[in-house]
Design a protein. Sequence first.
Length: 81
Amino acid sequence: MIYLNEGVPSALLNVTSDVLNQLNLPGSLVFADRLENIPGGDEALGIEELQRNRWKLKNWCPKFGLALHMGSADLMSRTEI
């Protein structure tokens, strides 16, 4: 996601959660990249960005370098949205 145009990383998170929810499938996400709208390693902003796209953060491991954000998230169920 580091090299994608602005708006694309969030859109990918969003479309993935939409498709899984429409098909009533569970989903998990493991990432080692730079998530959009999160300067530095701010976990609170990471939670907000993922929730906006219907993912619930499980683990957050910020680090130095281009791929600032590492972690995992689960798909939010329709009742959590």
